[in-house]
Design a protein around this ligand. Structure first.
Ligand code: ATP
Ligand code: MG
Length: 720
């Protein structure tokens, strides 16, 4: 193996990198080089005579895959190695083995908006009332089942109570709808491949023979379906290498199961386990804070992590009056860093929920600080983008009814709902897809001559566009945009139309970049890349702009200076996390992931008041702030308005809700246990009451499941 490559590694890393055959588990904390180990292992395997073609590396995002591809290429010849996310791997397998999997190879990938249309239809088709059976809840339940590899038939057999039986009906109908439209949702991609590998030994044999070495990064966030398919793929040869950190598992809500990493040694008893105990990323101050924080989780194994860096770094906390002041302070500090010649790309701001970026963006614009908001999915959710993509989807997969219904009268071409319903009914009665029915529009009964002409014209338009869909995507997208009439429909519609046109040209530019970077560009492949695009993928590693993103999107990344805002109870930990201990631990892990992205300095902040769903509410500082062992780090205070709100000095406890104030009333008005009603949040029970006179704070668990801390004087509560 290349000596120069090995020289850059510690002895434990070297052990993992040069391990050749058989299972390997790398269990280590953040910044210890797990991702680097995977990248180097690709080079080392090739160096030892393995063909790149026989290597399959799985990363958590497409972006990470791209980066790994580049890094591996820099270390040696690795072209031909398959490096992608689980989902991309599955799409590739399913296109190749469509027949064996019982699907068509030109399937569409349905995203959450498409899914929600299909599930609404399924609920309706089952004769259920959407209020009692909210489609979103049904979809969640279906997704959970799929992640556990319980398909509609299997679920039908075990559904016993009323809710399960109803869910089973909806699940079955939902799958039928997807099949009719030749669509697969994200969970199907995994489930179909897992089943294919487990039931078709020929396919499984072929694939495990192709992928003789399987490497999986971020293994702690695999779900059951991913776990099963990885196991099936590696079973014939046992060459599976997983790296992960149970303390960074943050996707439980999406079905990730921390037990997968813990079960690795049981599944592969001969596994070599390597622990990496040095952190190359962060300064000691940051690591101490991270360590002290994560030690509060009870469901974990203690891990040692020693800082390799010896330079000075700091962790500081600032309190601000409200979200605008907080955002402004962040922009000001970022600006100050820029004037010290820190590259903007080395600065990131993390928050718990996307909505929090708005105040930041305003402040950054005001101070002219260059930034990027890492929120890729949103771009693809814009109406004009979805419209154009729907045309492309219909061209690639004529059975895609969701896309077809979207464009049948977009731009307006005089095809009304009644006409569409008649075509749909005609399709159902003749066993046709909607697109086949359209082509026979002249036979659809009860449709006027004028409507028929319009339907035929639309069908002809699709045929014409479909004639030339092979090859590069950008020229096709441009042609579709023009000939569909979409372009014309945006002209002369003022600023909104202008914005839409600009977004479309951004999409076409991105398609052109795809055409250039891909050896054999194809519409299907392009659509699949977009469908599998996640928030983190939108992150552009650039030295010119600071990055704003959610804590979830920050996974795997690193920056010299990290700001985490909104350290308030209910926000971080999110109110979702107040419910049970497991969720609170997951929120803590999420904060831990954020903290450990920082290389040099970490800036934490909270606002004393925040506007939540239109209400200006008094906040309570996050309990996590007090778990960082703050006395060992520099702590800076924004000039407090009044002493009471100050986030105290070293080691002092905050005196927000918990400050004992001489009681003015003999009995608190809202004792714990008291049932109350709030105008917006409805009924709830008081959990905590901090009597601070005019600033009294009452914490209420509402029946909606949310827990809120409200300033009594503004909450307008009534006792029930
Ligand atoms: P995370 O858990 O956050 O994903 P990780 O364990 O994957 O972290 P890497 O991202 O691989 O860690 O490495 C963290 C940083 O440390 C990177 O900048 C990497 O280049 C650097 N690094 C890793 N190993 C070494 C080493 N032996 N010598 C110097 N730098 C290293
Ligand atoms: Mg990593």
């Amino acid at each position: 193996m290349d000596e120069a490559l090995l020289a850059q590694l510690t002895s434990s890393q070297r052990k993992a990198v040069s391990h050749r055959d058989g299972p390997l588990l790398v269990l280590a904390g953040p910044g210890s080089g797990k991702t680097r180990v995977i990248t180097c292992r690709i080079a080392a395997l090739v160096d030892s005579g393995v063909r790149p073609y026989n290597i399959c590396a799985i990363t958590f995002t497409n972006k990470a895959a791209e980066e790994m591809r580049q890094r591996a290429a820099a270390l040696g010849p690795s072209g031909g190695a398959h490096i992608s996310t689980f989902h991309s791997l599955c799409v590739r397998i399913l296109r190749r083995y469509a027949e064996a999997a019982g699907i068509h190879s030109n399937f569409s990938i349905y995203d959450s908006a498409d899914q929600s249309k299909c599930v609404k239809q399924a609920v309706k088709d089952c004769g259920l009332d959407g209020t009692n059976f909210p489609p979103a809840r049904m979809l969640d339940a279906i997704s959970t089942l799929k992640n556990k590899l319980i398909d509609a038939e299997a679920f039908q057999e075990r559904a016993e109570d009323f809710f399960s039986r109803t869910l089973s009906q909806v699940y079955t109908r939902y799958q039928q709808i997807l099949a009719e439209r030749n669509g697969l949702d994200f969970d199907d991609l995994l489930m179909k491949v897992a089943f294919l590998l487990e039931t078709d030994s020929a396919v499984c044999g072929e694939l495990s023979n192709r992928f003789k070495f399987l490497l999986i990064d971020e293994y702690q966030d695999t779900n059951h379906a991913q776990y099963r398919l990885a196991k099936a793929l590696a079973l014939p040869h046992g060459n599976i290498c997983a790296t992960g950190d149970p303390d960074q598992s943050i996707y439980r809500w999406r079905g990730a199961d921390i037990r997968n990493i813990l079960a690795f040694e049981k599944d592969w008893p001969e596994a070599v386990v390597v622990k990496l105990e040095e952190n190359f990323r962060s300064t000691a101050a940051i690591l101490r804070a991270a360590d002290s924080l994560i030690a509060r989780n009870t469901n974990r194994k203690q891990k040692a992590l020693v800082a390799v860096r010896t330079d000075e770094g700091k962790v500081c906390v600032e309190g601000h009056e409200d979200e605008a002041a907080e955002a402004d302070a962040v922009a000001r500090q970022v600006d100050a860093l820029l004037s010290q010649k820190v590259p903007a790309g080395q600065i990131a701001v993390f928050y718990r929920v996307n909505a929090m970026s708005r105040a930041l963006e305003e402040a950054f614009v005001r101070r002219r600080v260059p930034y990027q908001v890492v929120r890729g999915v949103e771009f693809y959710n814009r109406k004009e983008i979805r419209d154009l993509l729907a045309y492309l989807k219909v061209l690639a997969n004529p059975a895609d009814e969701v896309a077809l219904l979207r464009i049948i009268n977009t731009p307006t071409r005089g095809i009304g709902k009644v006409t569409v319903d008649r075509v749909k009914a005609f399709a159902v009665s003749h066993g046709l897809t909607l697109s086949q029915a359209l082509a026979r529009a002249d036979q659809v009964p009860e449709v006027s001559g004028a409507a028929r002409t319009k339907l035929m014209a639309f069908s002809c338009l699709l045929d014409k566009l479909r004639r030339d869909i092979v090859g590069p995507v950008a020229p096709l997208a441009e042609r579709v945009f023009r000939e569909s009439g979409l372009e014309q429909s945006f002209k002369g519609t003022g600023q909104d139309g202008q914005d839409a046109l600009e977004n479309i040209s951004e999409l076409i530019n991105a398609a052109a970049a795809y055409d250039q970077q891909t050896t054999e560009p194809s519409l299907l492949d392009y659509l699949q890349q977009i469908a599998l695009f996640s928030d983190t993928d939108a992150y552009e590693a650039t030295s010119e702009r600071a990055a704003l993103m959610t804590l979830h999107a920050a996974k795997g990344l690193e920056f010299d200076h990290v700001f985490i805002i909104g350290l308030e109870d209910g926000l971080l930990p999110h109110e979702r996390g107040n419910g049970d201990g497991d969720e609170l631990e997951e929120e803590r892990r999420l904060f831990f992931v954020g903290v450990t992205r920082a290389r040099i300095n970490l800036y934490l902040s909270y606002a004393r008041y925040r506007t939540v769903r239109g209400q200006f509410l008094r906040t309570v500082a996050s309990p996590f702030l007090f778990e960082l062992g703050l006395d060992s780090i520099t702590q800076k205070d924004e000039e407090p308005e009044d002493d009471e709100d100050a986030f105290g000095g070293y080691g002092r406890r905050p005196r927000l809700a918990s400050r004992p104030v001489p009681a003015k009333q003999a009995e608190p008005e809202f004792a714990p246990g008291q049932l109350v009603r709030h105008k917006t949040f409805g009924l709830g029970r008081v959990r905590k009451y901090a009597d601070m006179g005019a600033n009294s704070v009452v914490t209420i668990q509402f029946n909606t499941g949310q827990t809120k801390s409200l300033l009594l004087q503004y909450a307008h509560l009534t006792r029930v």
